[in-house]
Design a protein around this ligand. Sequence first.
Ligand code: NDP
Ligand code: X2W
Length: 359
Amino acid sequence: MASCAGRNGEACYSLNREGGLQYGPRSLNHCHSDPEAVMAARIFIDGEAGTTGLQIRERLAARRDVELISLDDASRKDPKARRDALHAADVAILCLPDDAAREAAALAEGSEVKLIDASTAHRTVDGWAYGFPEFRPGQREAIATATRVSNPGCYPTGAIAILAPLVTAGMIPAEFPVTVNAVSGYTGGGKSLIQRYEAEGQDGYKPDAYWSYGLTLQHKHVPEMTRWSALAHPPIFQPAVARYAQGMLVSVPLALWALPKKPVPADLHAVLAERYADARFVRVAPLGEAQGLKELDPQALNGTNLMELFVFADAATGRAVLTARLDNLGKGASGAAVQNMNLLLGLPEDAGLEMQRAA
Ligand SMILES: NC(=O)C1=CN([C@@H]2O[C@H](COP(=O)(O)OP(=O)(O)OC[C@H]3O[C@@H](n4cnc5c(N)ncnc54)[C@H](OP(=O)(O)O)[C@@H]3O)[C@@H](O)[C@H]2O)C=CC1
Ligand SMILES: CC(=O)N[C@@H](CCC(=O)OP(=O)(O)O)C(=O)O
């Protein structure tokens, strides 16, 4: 049986489910027996057993305004079962490798399901709204009215948050040679990397404390960083993984003296502060706070959907490092997907999302 959350908090049962996923048609947000009641939206997480999928499930589990469609272990990779689930859902969140995400988008054709793709497959594809509500004016509305939303990559969330407003404001020319350095916890590599880090004593165990990668300069996140930051050239992106599970720092170093407008740190800070003044999930740390910091813990926002931006600088020599801190599985993936889901469903943007840092 599928349920809807009745006005008085009582479940309302209306749709039979017999022999698997056979839901009847209905209209979103409308209950069969009580027109004023709010119907729980049906959500299918394709890839629910993976790292991102599990964290989305956790964020949705206690909510009465959504109802999860789940496939059992035997059928979760079966295209027919996935198609049925996609066609029965109001919103489906794809937490899959790129090829499987493309397959899911094809399977969804002919249905009214709205898709949020957490993979890289559609991040620079026309017809898909880029699921980063805060990075430019109008993006929240573009997501809310879309039927296809591509969740940003974890590293690009930090890089674009810094670069897009500064390029738009002309502080960084589109032609400027930009570099992005980043470090991530190992959950960023999904189940396979987690297994390698945590399988001490077993084959494939990865003992490294820190390793740099993306050394061909062809990392899959470069196209979306370039496009959505409005850069004329791909940035030099240098990611690394360290031996901790979750959380990341994404930094853009800048020689201020080399920028045509010769900005001082306060100029860069003012642009970012203005862009994110009304953003609930993006906090621009005051310049004085950044100046007082000697170090930055990448794990400080874990479990939240927050991102913090810092302008570290030495004004005397015209050098700055702009850094984003976020949870790769929070604002970098699962939290962002839930935020986008809320927007698609017309629900409060922060529903089910943790706003506070852990004590
Ligand atoms: N981890 C992170 O920090 C981030 C991840 N992402 C993206 O989200 C997506 C999921 O990543 P993540 O959760 O880390 O990856 P995982 O490897 O942890 O999970 C992927 C899941 O997809 C399942 N799967 C694979 N192929 C199919 C298929 N054909 N049909 C149905 N299910 C399938 C896997 O099954 P099985 O369990 O059998 O392997 C697994 O459960 C990826 O595209 C990734 O790039 C985006 C931002 C950040
Ligand atoms: C640490 C690590 O391996 N990170 C992954 C990126 C995280 C991820 O899977 O992100 P997207 O789906 O957004 O591309 C990588 O560099 O490939």
